[in-house]
Design a protein around this ligand. Structure first.
Ligand code: IPD
Ligand code: CA
Ligand code: CA
Length: 284
């Protein structure tokens, strides 16, 4: 049985309180699907309510810490080294459509490093949590990434660009390259849970471009504490703030990186090599 620290308990209490509101609101969404106004205003209000609950609870427990929150942005606290990085509702599109796959994500950043993370999926009561150096857990069970070594057996998650954002053609090239090598690709629609599922060994890997820190701060720690590797797709070591992410077990991180970078290289614009000016021979 895992013993949670006081810090993790603060995060869990805040997540559970905000989740109670979200679950109540999720129950209403189905009713709203048929109304003329549609559920999107309602969902956005639910999202803001959850964020306020999280802010109030976290602030009460740790009044000196700053915040980086999806809806209300950044604010620094008295302790300039430490801030909460929060997504109050990750998987908004699922929530809006009545799909029970969404989560609350809370990461704690200290001096530029993520030191604690909680991803709570309330519909199935799955609480993923990790503290730096202490391992990753699902409820009371220690997590390990999967042991799969062969790309041909691997199940890989991703995120697909939407609403005209991101590079749709680039994504299709990447998906084509990956899908020909692996057992399957999934797009479930909540980045924090994609990472939590890598930590739990349900997925063998996950890649996505265009993420924000609140989507992945907690999830990155879950994966590394479960023994996995996380980097930017191009190899950079700052996936939380770098905007692209590749997470996998230790066996599959490199082959996945090679495949994705191969696509990147093929798509890189051909830069013309500057030619020396032609010097005409002197005319006599
Ligand atoms: C989104 C989800 C989705 C990912 C998007 C995120 P939101 O977060 O995590 O899976 O593909 O990039 O923006 O908007 O539901 O909080
Ligand atoms: Ca999100
Ligand atoms: Ca969100």
């Amino acid at each position: 049985m895992a013993t949670r620290s006081a810090l993790i308990n603060v995060m869990v209490r805040a997540a559970e309180k905000a989740a109670r509101g979200l679950v109540r609101d999720f129950g209403e969404v189905e009713q709203l699907q048929v109304s003329r106004k549609g559920p999107s205003d309602f969902v956005s209000a639910a999202d803001h309510r959850a964020e306020k609950t999280l802010r109030d609870e976290l602030q009460k427990a740790r009044p000196d810490f700053g915040f980086l929150m999806e809806e209300s942005g950044g604010s620094s606290g008295r302790d300039k080294t430490t801030r909460w990085i929060v997504d109050p509702l990750d998987g908004t599109t699922n929530f809006l459509h009545g799909l029970p796959h969404f989560a609350i994500s809370i990461g704690l950043e200290k001096s530029g490093e993520i030191v604690a993370g909680v991803v709570y999926e309330p519909v199935h009561d799955e609480l993923f949590w990790a503290e730096k150096g202490q391992g990753a857990y699902l409820n009371h069970t220690r997590l390990r990434v999967s042991e799969r070594r062969n790309m041909a057996d691997a199940l890989i998650a991703t995120g697909i660009p939407f609403k005209g954002r991101g590079d749709a053609a680039g994504f299709l090239d990447e998906a084509e390259a990956i899908m020909t090598e692996v057992a399957g690709i999934r797009r479930f629609g909540a980045a924090s849970l994609d990472l939590a599922y890598v930590a739990a060994g349900r997925y063998d890997g996950y890649w996505e471009r265009g993420l924000a820190p609140w989507d992945c701060a907690a999830g990155v720690l879950l994966v590394t504490e479960a023994g996995g590797f996380v980097s930017e797709i191009g190899g950079g070591r700052n996936p939380v703030f770098g905007g692209t992410i590749l997470a996998a077990n230790a066996h599959l991180h490199l082959p996945l990186a090679k495949t994705l970078r191969g696509v990147e290289r093929k798509r890189a614009p051909v830069v013309p090599v500057p030619q020396p000016p032609t010097i005409k021979p002197p005319t006599s």
